[in-house]
Design a protein around this ligand. Structure first.
Ligand code: SAM
Length: 226
């Protein structure tokens, strides 16, 4: 049984996809999607030996070694051209790490631009959306969910000829999440607002004028959207 978080990530993987799951840990996601018959082939990439071994065991145990290749590699280096990957999932890491993985993959041409990206950053969503915008990806769907008192965002993106000029506000809150403003979204931004108010209080007498103004601007936006 997948966690709600990984189940939501999996829902955005297209039918019959050739999937690369980067930072796969136990390979739970590709194994579950393969067992459901949703995907045709998968690469499970891991950079750390321990999780790499767990992923191999999980794939073996389920008799899927023919269809899920577990590779010890840094980021998108796990992907080879002949894999013909059509979807990439990167989940459970910080947004700036996901951004760095995508940027390195772009630079060394592991990203063809044909793949759908399904990303689940734990924090740093704005950093990630900013990279997507700068690289002509269009956000095609977003979800915000709560599980075990933690709130997660899932961002789905595809590269387009005609990119969208997302505003700073859309990059911060997420264009679809901002449209929807569901209860989980409100809960997240109530929390974020409280945190920022504490920081502002602490910064009041410090000489970090720029930081103060940035956070103050964010606080104003949060109040606007709530
Ligand atoms: N994706 C799974 C999930 O969402 O449940 C596992 C998340 S786990 C918290 C993050 C995993 O990413 C770790 O197993 C870590 O070794 C791996 N990782 C971190 N940086 C990586 C990189 N540059 N390339 C591949 N894997 C990486």
């Amino acid at each position: 049984e997948l966690s709600k978080r990984l189940e939501t990530v999996g829902r955005f993987v297209p039918e019959a996809a050739r999937l690369a799951d980067i930072g796969s840990d136990h390979a739970y996601l590709p194994v579950a999607l393969m067992l459901k018959g949703k995907i045709d082939f998968a690469v499970a990439g891991e950079v750390v030996k321990g999780p790499f071994e767990s992923a191999k065991r999980q794939v073996m145990k389920n008799g899927l070694s023919e269809r899920i290749e577990v590779r010890l590699a840094n980021g998108l280096d796990a992907i080879e051209k002949h894999d013909q990957i059509s979807a990439i999932t990167i989940a459970g890491m910080g947004g700036s790490l996901i951004r760095d993985i995508l940027e390195a993959g772009r630079q060394n041409q592991r990203l063809s631009g044909e793949e759908r990206l399904i990303l689940q950053p734990n924090i740093g969503e704005k950093t990630l959306r900013t990279w997507l915008k700068e690289n002509n990806y269009q956000i095609i769907a977003e979800e915000i969910i709560e599980e075990n008192k933690k709130i997660y965002e899932i961002i789905v993106a595809e590269k387009k000829e005609q990119p969208i000029d997302y505003s700073e506000k859309e990059l911060m809150f997420g264009p679809f999440l901002l449209e929807d403003k569901n209860a989980t979204f409100s809960a997240k931004w109530q929390r974020e607002l409280k945190q920022r108010e504490v920081i502002l209080e602490q910064l009041k007498n410090a000489s970090e004028q720029n930081r103060y103004e940035t956070i103050q601007q964010e606080v104003e936006w949060i109040k606007e959207v709530l």
